[in-house]
Design a protein around this ligand. Structure first.
Ligand code: PLP
Length: 355
């Protein structure tokens, strides 16, 4: 058995993979593959309706919001957000807390004036900036709730006089959020929701249609909302696998239960990092992510041999991103406490041998 600590794409429970593979051969005893049924069929309509209903249920999405399933990944949202929300000659505000956050504001600069209210770039994004003022005359404030590469996470929605827009690609569905705090939330599915190829957008309807721009239809949230995410052919299989995963999450007790487990998993691993003399966490304590745990060793040679040992024992995907080095344990919803304990045991075994 492998323990997958990789950052993605598509980290899902094994029972979801089982059911998803069966549907490729025969979808719901229809004699057809999920890949070949029409996206306009009653069978697929039921899939997309249930997926939307489960997102609304699990995240308690209030009335007045549209839940959309789009393509193009979170990166497409870096452009779609300003296209739909930034008025011509207007301004938007962004928080720069990591590589993805900075990509988001750089794309937005193509559509208007962008004020970067704070950045932790000078400290290699080891923390999430908290001291800043959100300008009341901007159209929206964009931030990234979990910085996948650097292992930092912002748990509280900032107080804001303007609509909040949040990239939740790597922590959506891992903890309770109050959707009403946000004008728009987006997330590439491929960490906690489903396969790469579908992107979740939750948008408050009354913030749309105010830019004065002639938005190409495929990038216009209103067109997708009017068409129930069927403006064009949707990513049928990615949506179906997301549905299976959302059913799994609901059956295990929903967000409350997964958040409880995620807290235990993260605490267990951080406790070992703090206790074990060979390892050191890279993120500021109060900003440590529950989804991506980044840590290093003082000795680069030992890092190589620990990584080799993890791979030998079936723990995969632990090599840190090149911007941070060391190790990154991505501990998304589907990763079990057994996998965390296996990693912790190995860290202890390694420390005993290399004391
Ligand atoms: N935002 C965050 C926080 C991410 O972690 C990622 C990818 O890992 C992206 C954006 C980019 O997502 P995509 O590859 O779906 O465009």
């Amino acid at each position: 058995m492998k323990h997958n600590f990789g950052a993605g794409p598509c980290i899902l429970p094994s029972e979801v993979f089982q059911e998803a593979s069966q549907a490729i051969i025969d979808f719901n005893n229809s004699g057809l593959s999920i890949l070949e049924i029409s996206h306009r069929s009653k069978a697929f309509e039921a899939v997309i309706e249930e997926t939307e209903a489960l997102v609304k249920d699990l995240l308690s999405v209030p009335d007045g919001y549209s839940v959309l399933f789009l393509q193009g990944g979170a990166s497409q949202q870096f452009a779609m957000v300003p296209m739909n929300l930034l008025p011509q000659n207007g301004k938007a505000a962004y928080l720069d807390s990591g590589t993805w956050a900075s990509k988001a504001y750089k794309e937005a600069q193509k559509f208007g004036a962008i004020e970067v209210v704070a950045s932790s770039k000078d400290a290699n994004y080891t923390y999430v900036p908290k001291e800043y003022t959100i300008p009341a005359d901007a159209a929206y404030f964009h931030y990234t709730s979990n910085n996948t590469i650097y292992g930092t996470e912002l748990f509280e929605a900032p107080q804001s006089p303007i609509p909040l827009v949040c990239d939740m690609s790597s922590d959506i569905l891992s903890r309770k959020i109050n959707v009403a705090d946000y004008g728009l939330i987006y997330a590439g599915a491929q960490k906690n929701m489903g396969p790469a190829g579908v992107t979740l957008v939750i948008v408050k309807n009354d913030i749309l249609g105010k830019t004065g721009r002639d938005i190409p239809s495929i990038f216009d949230y209103r067109k997708h909302a009017e068409a129930g995410s069927m403006y064009n052919t949707p990513p049928v299989y990615a949506i179906y696998v997301s549905l299976l995963n959302l059913r799994w999450l609901k059956a295990k007790g929903g967000i409350e239960e997964i958040e409880r487990e995620n807290i235990i998993k993260a605490r267990t691993l951080y406790d070992e990092i703090d206790r074990n003399p060979l390892f050191k966490g890279t993120a500021k304590l109060e900003d440590r992510s529950r989804m991506n745990v980044t840590f290093v060793m003082e000795n680069a040679e030992l890092e190589k041999s620990f990584l080799a040992l993890t791979e030998e024992r079936g723990l995969v995907g632990l090599k840190g991103h090149r911007s941070v080095g060391g190790f990154r344990a991505s501990i998304y919803n589907a990763l079990t406490i057994t996998s965390i304990n296996t990693l912790v045991d190995l860290m202890q075994e390694f420390a005993e041998k290399n004391a």
